[in-house]
Structure formats: C-alpha cells, structure tokens
Ligand binder design. Sequence first.
Ligand SMILES: *Cc1c(COP(=O)(O)O)cnc(C)c1O
Length: 380
Amino acid sequence: MLTARTTGRLATRSSRQAARVTIDGRELVNFGSNDYLALAADPRLADAAAAAAEQEGWGSGASPLISGHGRSHERLEERLAEFEGTQAALVFSTGFAANAGTIAALVGPGDVVFTDRKNHASLLDGCRLSRADVRVNAHGDYEHLEQSLSKAAKYRRRLIVTDSLFSMDGDLAPLCELADLAERHAAMLMIDEAHATGVFGPLGRGVAEHLGVEERVHVRVGTLSKAIGAMGGYVCGSRDLIEWLYHRGRPFLFSTSHPPSVAATCQAAFALLDSPDGEKLIKKLWANTKYFKRLLKKRGFSTGASETPITPIHVGEAAKAFEFSRKLFEAGVYAPAVGYPTVAEGKARLRAIVTATHKRADLEKAADVLAEVGKNLGIV
Ligand SMILES: *Cc1c(COP(=O)(O)O)cnc(C)c1O
C-alpha cells in the first residue's frame, strides 16, 4: 500500500500531485512529496509545457553530444546562471545525474573526496564512480573531517561534498565552517542544494545564499525536481567549471536532454519565483512549516534537528514506523515511513513534508490523527 517495503508495490496516485491526493481510492492529506511550492500541478507551468511541446516538439532527439540542444534548453541555462548569480550553469536530466556526473568529472584516481555519512545516495555514488579515495565522516563530525583533511596534502586534488540541507533530518550543513576548512586545506567545496532550491535564501537560491557563502562554494548543485516542480538537476559556478563539465560530465554528454517542455516549464517556474506570487508561496511554505512543527510539539512528538519543511517524526524501530504509516493512511494521512538502509538502523521515522498549499485545517486534522494513532501504538 505505501512503499515497496511494506507490500512489494508502490503507492499509485490517481489525482494530481497536491497537498491533498487520492491514492488507492482514498483521499489523503499529503506529506509525501517534495513539491514545496505546489508547482508540480500549477496550470501556468502546464501551459508553458504545452506551448513548448507544440513549438519545439515533444522529444529532443538525442544526447547533447549528438543533437546539441534546443533554444529552450539554452534559455533555461542562461536563466539559471542569472538566478544563481554565477557565470554559467548546466542542466542534467536529474539531480542524481548532476551529482554523480559532476563528482566523477572533478576527481579521479590520485585524488580524494570527503563525504558526510548522511549525504544523498547520488553524492556517494559519484564518489564511488570517480575512483578517487573516499573518506566518510560521521554526520556533522567536522573535527574528524579536519583531521582527514590535514592528512590529505599528498593527494593531487581534494574535494569536500555535502548536502546543504540533509534530506532525512532536515538539518543544515555549517557551510561557513566548511568553506573555512576547504580554504585552509586547498580543497574544492561542492554542495547539493536539492531541498533548498526555491526554499531557502532571500531569492530562493538555497542555503549558501541564506548563510552568505555563495562566493566561497566552488560547485553548487540545485534541483528542478523538487520546489521547481518539474525534473532535472543543474550545476552552477564558473565558466571554466561548466566548460569542463561540457566535456567531462558523462551523464550530460551521453544521455538525451529533457523534452523542450521540461525546460520551458522550469523557466516559467523561475519567472514565478521572481514574482510577488512566488514570494507569497515561499512565505506560506515557511508559515505552514512553523505551524505544523508547533502542532506536533504540542502533541508530544519529536522532530529532531529539523529547521526546515522536512519534518521527521521519530519512531525508532522500522516495523513500528511502517505500521504507524499504514494506520495513518487508513485514517486519511499520507506520511511515508523510512527505515534502514535509507536511515540508520533503529532510527526509523515518518518523513512528513509540508508545502505552501497545505490548509491550516488539514494540518490540524493531520496532527490530531498522528496523535491518536501514535498513542495507540505507544509512540507518544
Ligand atoms: C532528491 C535529491 C537528489 C536527486 O534529485 P533528482 O532530481 O530527484 O534526481 C539529489 N540530492 C538530494 C539531497 C536529494 O534530496
């Protein structure tokens, strides 16, 4: 019913992606998407997609290496560089491909890459794919990272990679301290802003903007798949970096570009972000986030270190977390459970994501249902 783990099949949604959805015939308050700004089904974006499909066709033919790319892809990359305030930007078909392909392009044998244990799977896969030596530090153990860095002077290149906003706990990486470390040890710093694009920072650029360290981060990865409501990942930085990826970013070179409609949709999303409507959506997202956390706290739940719309509800044992999620589903709330290996053993939880268009009444109803079901299961 809920995840491959509980029944061997995926939840099937018959409605649009939204703050309320229909899954397996049941109407639910939805906490199971990364659609922070409710753009995934926004009619303005759908119109942009339809217009591009009509003008430029549906498919894009082949990989950029063979076909080049279309005007809408080019315009999106220009728009991204402008949005991020960098010299250039490059779009990959997914955030996963952007991360894995970029790490593999930046380091190789004879180099070393430093990664936090809670980094996203795509960063870890990129580390493995690169064939550089990999040093993993416990989550948030920056002293250990510093020790590892001070032993790494013999390597040709050093690369530190981190999520800027950790996707399972909703906590932030201390990017100022990481930039200090990178500068002290002549390392490159690459950050993955997947959950922060469109969510954090005065202009929605992410945590680096929020903390004022954009200029000190060499490689910034953002995603088009979450708050932007479409799909894809992008890398932004210096022109040299982007030129390098044009020639070395294998998932970019050897994989077909997005349909033009995806690129057009993303442009429309960034135009919206830039407008008063976009500002309103971001404000609502944060107001809902704070409200829901308050409701949960009042009912005795722990949401851990989360400072963001990612709201983990800690349970502990995996079987119990999955049972919790199942019972919530029956009571009208969709809050997927995550267990090992996505998170450490004994750290299973529900992962509830708040969006800009959740209604207050739905958040209240959901908190009450969570409390009632949680009590029956001895969780609160
Ligand atoms: C979702 C996510 C990705 C992958 O992005 P996709 O566009 O879905 O492939 C990468 N990094 C982090 C931290 C993520 O949460």
